[in-house]
Write a protein that binds this ligand. Structure first.
Ligand code: G
Ligand code: G
Ligand code: MN
Ligand code: NA
Length: 254
């Protein structure tokens, strides 16, 4: 309760922010998109990562409120980059499970896009396997509707949960994100390498984009490229940074 009150106060006081992590097209090295990641500039404790406060949001009615804020803030930032004439990139926003269960997701997303005059194609929603598993009509309908408008749908941390291949087929997906747990030891662990190859195969078969998360070294990058992976995200290409700084990087990337 205390943490939740503090979070609401922090949100009202402008202490909550989104940072943006680059997503790269490996062949060209170009910045193609960013993932928005929530941060809390706590007045006394400093910059807090999601692990320290996200559980308090997920376990409460705050999820729809913060989820809506994230969508609006990411759209505001994307519109600001566009107005500044910067190269056009996609913006991925993580969803809370509760945002989908709330039943208003499609309206919330459509309104955020309209408010900032953005085409649906620039937005991507990241969902977890837990969401994808609950393949109830109430979950699928809003995502299908958004997908039909052109919004991208990425399955986050793929491989760590229980999404079945038939779920993948019926779910309105555009992208698989290979969990960084499989990327970390891909050079030394034959099982991890096999899993990464399998995900890339599934992506090819189902016509989904596959992006590897957590790439930190040139060796990991080379291994993933050798397996046919075309997109990557990780500290090798940049940590999550504030929107103004990401804008400077976009300007340099011309
Ligand atoms: O950088 P990192 O510590 O930023 O993020 C940890 C986890 O927190 C991510 O895996 C992601 O699932 C979750 N997360 C980060 N930002 C958001 C957000 O804005 N909304 C939701 N729902 N989850 C987020
Ligand atoms: O939504 P998701 O769970 O995928 O959030 C990504 C998380 O992974 C964030 O916490 C982000 O800071 C973290 N992350 C991104 N790139 C790297 C990386 O190269 N190495 C490590 N260790 N963590 C990363
Ligand atoms: Mn994510
Ligand atoms: Na992830």
């Amino acid at each position: 309760r205390a943490l939740q009150d503090a979070l609401l106060d922090g949100l009202a006081a402008g202490e909550v922010a989104l940072h943006y992590q680059p997503q790269i097209e490996l062949a060209s090295g170009r910045l193609r998109g960013v993932e928005a990641l929530i941060r809390w500039n706590h007045p006394t404790r400093g910059l807090l990562a999601p692990a320290e406060f996200l559980p308090a949001i997920e376990a409460s009615t705050l999820a729809t409120r913060f989820g809506q804020w994230c969508l609006d803030e990411a759209c505001r930032q994307a519109a600001a980059w566009r107005k500044a004439g910067l190269p056009r990139i996609g913006v991925a926003v993580n969803l809370f499970d509760a945002q989908i269960r709330a039943g208003t997701l499609a309206e919330v997303v459509i309104q955020a896009l309209a408010r900032h005059r953005l085409p649906p194609e620039i937005l991507e929603l990241e969902v977890t396997e837990m969401i994808a598993l609950a393949d109830a009509p109430a979950t699928l309908e809003p995502l299908r509707r958004l997908r039909a408008l052109g919004v991208g749908i990425a399955l986050d941390d793929f491989g760590t949960g229980y999404a079945s291949l038939s779920t993948l087929k019926s779910f309105p997906l555009t992208k698989l994100k290979i969990d960084r747990g499989f990327v970390r030891d891909v050079l030394h662990d034959a099982h991890d390498a096999t899993i990464v190859k399998a995900v890339l195969d599934i992506g090819r078969s189902l016509d989904l984009i596959v992006i590897a998360e957590g790439i930190e070294t040139p060796e990991q990058e080379a291994a993933l490229m050798g397996m046919g992976c075309r997109y990557a995200q990780g500290y090798r290409y940049g940590r999550p940074i504030p929107g103004e700084l990401l804008g400077l990087r976009l300007a340099e990337s011309g």
